[in-house]
Design a protein. Structure first.
Lengths: 362, 362
């Protein structure tokens, strides 16, 4: 994916080669992004010419399936890397500082120190920007992921009466995903009753509680993530609860419509503006909206752009992201409604399409 | 866990405080180790006195359950951290370099730069060593994890005839784990036929193939991981295949016995010696044993000590680790047999106890 565009950026930033790792001790989502296959090794992208993967003998058989030339190492990865990229004087090596740990960086510096004066440059900005704008192929993958998760979530809610515990719902979601030949994109959240007031609740082996139940779920299709949240009600909601749900839903739907380029309803130009406007829509409940409006989504469940208060990234075509306002009354209840979207023809287009009408399970 | 021991080490290494993160943008397994609860925030352990957790308002409710004092921040984590630990001149802050990324480190340096000259020290060695030697409580958790995974794996193999695809086996293992109120400790591997020749095979939605089938599985009990691999045979093994299985089994069982302190059978003193001796036992097949003999295990599925060719770490009481020799004939077959063990009374004691006799499913 976008190897040529990466090479153009490397030339522009005078970086001789970029390296991306998917090794046991170190993984970098950019590796999958550029390789587009679930294999292991170190991807080396030179400024010009053919990129290749350095892989251990243990992984070589699998790594060859990715379609890149594979350089096999038997014992020491670092020696092989140094021999391949450290020949030239003063090689400038690009690494993604948001995924390389201090320890791995030390090992890298150490491994390349025999080479004639390697230096390092951060490629996280370059990669983040490339990844933020999706290609038609990526859009297709996201669309398929969202279609599948819509279907699975719908089946799950339809068959709700078979579930006794939060974990049973979780298991159903995972097993259904596998039946579709897919994998989940993150650990699903099934948070019932007061548990729903914790945005990052961990599903438990406990009976489903009465009240709002937040289900946050997504799958991966060809490595691309979907992300949806629906909140249903177990039991009989009070009028006040129904109104609170409608408030969150209305704020979510308004944000979806307001995510437009150019025409600037309410002066919204950036993802930060979108967050702040949505917060306003929640009125007195804005103080119970304790997280970001959303996040970029792609090969990672959270990636660029930031969709939060201070984000200065403009709304632009090709950006895939989520809109997920929520209201959490500590120890009492939680409501969150989330869709995955992509900016297309200057406006946000819903990729997740499952109904947002409040579903009540008696 | 071992907070006092950590503080002793901080004093010894003149580190004013150690910080461990479990934040969305950055997680560190040491956080769970010291806190022993699945909560979010930044654990601050001063050289002396009471450790505390800095947590966002969104996570505060949950974080309070961990039993540490909680300092809540509303907006900027870094500001709160700086206000708490940066008051003293020349504070030396301990971070685990094996988990902190370059980008997070920049943010940390930046956030603390208003403070009067913070400097940083690596605590990864200190933490790794503390974590390597298990307490009685940790041993108990590992034991429970291993008992549960023995039971689940046994049920899975007993009920084998219900499975048609690799993914169905995988789903069964995950769902059974949840029924026990537990979670898996890593993505299970179910690799049939030629897939088994890839040690890190990803289970597929494909019919189970004839031949050896490698099942690598583990669960977490109170955050502590078990790790077992059994290889069964689907169909009718040839005499040669049976012999190859017996060779791997014999090498595995010998390594279990040879993991002893002091009396030095075959001169084995370190985990490296243990690996090298096991490799010898595989004779002509040693070249098809392409990974380490094992790894330390605890709150992480892979942690100290290294159990590999060059490991100089001595066999010692309290160390929990795996022994998992394997033979992989590329594109043909794979066999791996793995147990989780703990060094006790100067010898390795099996924590996983499920039978290793070759099971044949027609």
């Amino acid at each position: 994916m976008k190897i040529k565009e990466l090479q153009t950026q490397l030339q522009k930033h005078k970086i001789d080669c970029a390296v991306f790792f998917n090794l046991e001790e170190h993984t970098d989502p950019n590796f999958f992004y550029f390789v587009q296959h679930e294999v292991s090794g170190c991807l080396v992208v030179p400024q010009t010419g053919v990129p290749y993967i350095i892989a251990s003998v243990m992984e070589a058989e699998k790594t060859c399936t990715a379609g890149f030339p594979v350089v096999v190492y038997k014992k020491e990865f670092m020696e092989t890397l140094a021999a391949k990229i450290g020949k030239k004087k003063n090689t400038r090596v690009g690494i993604d500082e948001s995924s390389v740990t201090l320890a791995f960086f030390s090992a890298l510096k150490n491994g390349l120190k025999g080479s004639s004066g390697c230096s390092f440059a951060d490629t996280s900005g370059i990669c983040g920007t490339l990844r933020m704008i999706k290609t038609t192929q990526e859009e297709g993958h996201l669309r398929k992921a969202c279609e599948a998760s819509d279907e699975i979530l719908e089946t799950c809610i339809d068959q709700w009466n078979q579930f006794k515990t939060e974990r049973e719902v979780y298991d159903f979601l995972v097993a259904e995903t596998h039946k579709h030949g897919l994998v989940i994109s993150f650990t699903p959240i099934v948070a019932s009753g007061s548990g729903a007031s914790q945005p990052h609740y961990q599903s438990k082996n406990i009976p489903l509680k009465k009240g709002f139940c937040v289900i946050d779920f997504g799958v991966k299709y060809q490595g691309y993530c979907s992300d949806t949240t629906r909140t249903i009600y177990l039991g009989e909601p009070t009028e006040k609860e129904r109104k609170l749900y409608e408030l969150v839903l209305s704020a979510q739907e308004k944000a979806v419509v307001q995510a437009r380029m150019g025409i600037g309803a309410k002066g919204i130009k950036t993802f930060g503006d979108l967050h702040n406007q949505c917060e306003k829509e929640l009125g007195a409940y804005a103080k119970y909206f304790v997280h970001s409006l959303g996040h970029g989504v792609g090969v990672q469940i959270h990636e660029a752009p930031a969709v939060s208060k201070r984000s200065t990234i403009p709304l632009q075509n090709g950006v895939a992201f989520t809109i997920e306002p929520g209201v959490y009354l500590p120890g009492k209840l939680g409501i969150r409604i989330e869709d995955t979207l992509i900016m297309k023809n200057k406006k946000a287009s819903l990729l997740t399409k499952i109904s947002k009408k409040l579903i009540v399970k008696k």
